[in-house]
Ligand binder design. Structure first.
Ligand SMILES: Cc1cc2nc3c(=O)[nH]c(=O)nc-3n(C[C@H](O)[C@H](O)[C@H](O)COP(=O)(O)OP(=O)(O)OC[C@H]3O[C@@H](n4cnc5c(N)ncnc54)[C@H](O)[C@@H]3O)c2cc1C
Length: 480
């Protein structure tokens, strides 16, 4: 018996383990192991859990309709999932396991334990890399080290993709007939324990059918304009596919292949190339997470930044979380996150920089808060984005770069349409006031005053980073 173990790859299309397992006519069964305690430990948002569990329901139906059984077990946490898998394999007489690799530390440790225990019983494990376009150990610099700067990585990434000219994963050779969905009730019970607001469930569409439809619409309607429109949060300029890519209801290769033809179209080329570049960013952060496992333990990529003396101002942190900083675009963004489970990329950078530069609060607090709300919460991308914004990471935004919330607001939400959508207190403010309400306090009486001034932030950040670097040099015996 062959087993396909589904993890964050809840789809039938573009799934090499499934296609390979079904090739050759052996009996095949499928498994997913719920790990609610691991979700708790990783601080995964109810929105993401809801998205994953509904996607799992759809997967179970799709597999069953094509003649493959899906079993859903409850492992508790990753350790429990190893034991659950071991029992399942023994009970069902499984001789080969097919799955996609996962790269963060806890997942790697789980898979190492699985390999040790199953291989000791003579079970063969076949791992694949459908979760990325380029596997995390494929590319390295001339010195044999991992890339830590995106532009250099991307050059090699492009060469790899051009050389490979990947094709879609062939459709599985389905056995036909009706399969069983064993443990559906477990998924339903897990869904019942969640409290997810309607403002989230109305917006997101779990499952692979929805993801494929959304990809098609995006490529047909928005891909060509992506470069020009992607930075404006009031516009539907980006794909909104991050939740699907994160839960694996969409394969990154299928996303890439859908966009690739537009590279030959003079009008759409720029948009397509820029969007494909975002898929490369996704790979980049996965390879960073894989090659620098200490990141998964909360360490900053730049060791000297571990010595930064962050502020512990809880009132400031709460104001940021609740969208009450007095900076309209920051507040609109934070309210978007809490209400919808998603935030536009430009605003993720802005709010993360605001927390870590203006308020000088530890990026790990922001990283956790994002994870606790994002429908697309993805450890590697979230950690990478936070460390980039805080200037503690790879490719770091230089620490002297501090976004001005007012300039960003004028540039990327010029008429204040996005702000008006999420900050009702400012909905009737004019085009100028909506960016700087403190200039017209009588017209915006319900909106909070700014909790920190923009002026002086850059200098404070510079001196904090200098102090951390000096302390680091001293600790490490380097006086330079
Ligand atoms: C502080 C911070 C936290 C972030 N946290 C997450 C997260 O938890 N999960 C997540 O998927 N993305 C995260 N991102 C990256 C990015 O903001 C989102 O992927 C993007 O906003 C999702 O919207 P979209 O699907 O419309 O993206 P599109 O613009 O349509 O991009 C297509 C896909 O490329 C990938 N992508 C785009 N930008 C990035 C990026 N900078 N890094 C890595 N992958 C990228 C995503 O999978 C995305 O769906 C974070 C960025 C920052 C600055």
């Amino acid at each position: 018996m062959r087993l396909v173990w589904f993890r964050n790859d809840l789809r039938c299309h573009g799934h090499t383990p499934l296609t390979q397992a079904l090739a050759g006519g052996d009996a095949v069964t499928a498994l997913h192991i719920l790990c609610p305690d691991q979700w708790d430990a990783h601080g995964v948002a109810p929105a993401r859990r809801w998205f994953v569990l509904h996607s799992l329901l759809e997967l179970g139906e799709s597999l069953a309709a094509r003649g493959v059984d899906l079993h859903v077990l409850d492992g508790g946490d990753f350790d429990g999932s190893v034991t659950a898998l071991e029992h399942f394999v023994a009970e069902q007489g499984v001789t080969e396991v097919f799955c996609n690799r996962e790269y963060p530390l806890n997942e790697l440790n789980r898979d190492r334990a699985v390999a040790r225990r199953l291989e000791a019983q003579g079970v063969r494990i076949h791992g694949f890399d459908d979760g990325v376009l380029v596997p995390p150990r494929a590319l390295h610099t001339g010195k044999g080290t991992p890339y830590t700067v995106f532009t250099a990585y991307k050059k090699r990434w492009d060469v790899w993709m051009d050389d490979l000219q990947p094709e879609a994963v062939p459709a599985p050779d389905w056995p036909g007939g009706q399969g069983r969905f064993v443990g559906r009730d477990r998924v339903e019970r897990a869904l019942e324990t969640l409290s997810v607001p309607d403002s989230v469930t109305a917006l997101w569409h779990p499952g692979e059918d929805a993801a494929r439809g959304q990809l098609k619409d995006f490529v047909e309607q928005h891909l060509g304009d992506y470069k020009a429109r992607r930075d404006f949060p009031a516009e539907p300029g980006t794909s909104g596919l991050s939740a699907a890519l994160s839960a694996g209801t969409l394969a990154p290769l299928d996303a890439y292949l859908a966009a690739r033809p537009a590279l030959q179209d003079a009008k759409a080329r720029e948009g397509a190339a820029t969007w494909i570049g975002e898929l490369a960013w996704r790979d980049f952060y996965r390879q960073i997470m894989h090659r620098f496992p200490s990141l998964a333990t909360g360490a900053p990529f730049r060791p000297e930044t571990a010595l930064l003396q962050w502020s512990d101002n809880e009132e400031h942190f709460q104001a940021w979380c609740e969208g009450r900083t007095g900076y309209p675009l920051v507040d609109a963004a934070m309210r978007q996150l809490v209400q919808t489970g998603w935030m536009h990329n430009r605003l993720r950078m802005l709010t993360a920089m605001f927390l870590t530069k203006h308020l000088f609060i530890d990026w790990r607090k922001g990283e956790r808060f994002f994870m606790a709300h994002l429908v697309d919460g993805d450890f590697a991308a979230n950690n990478g984005g936070w460390q980039w914004s805080a200037s503690t990471g790879t490719d770091a935004a230089p620490y002297f770069r501090v976004f001005s919330p007012v300039r960003q607001s004028h540039r990327f939400d010029p008429q204040g349409r996005f702000i008006a959508r999420y900050v009702p207190e400012l909905a009737t403010a004019d085009d100028k006031t909506i960016h700087e309400p403190w200039k017209q306090p009588l017209m915006t009486p319900d909106y909070p005053t700014t909790i920190v001034a923009h002026q002086g932030v850059k200098q404070r950040v510079e001196s904090a980073f200098r102090a951390a670097r000096d302390a680091w040099n001293q600790q490490n015996g380097d006086a330079s």
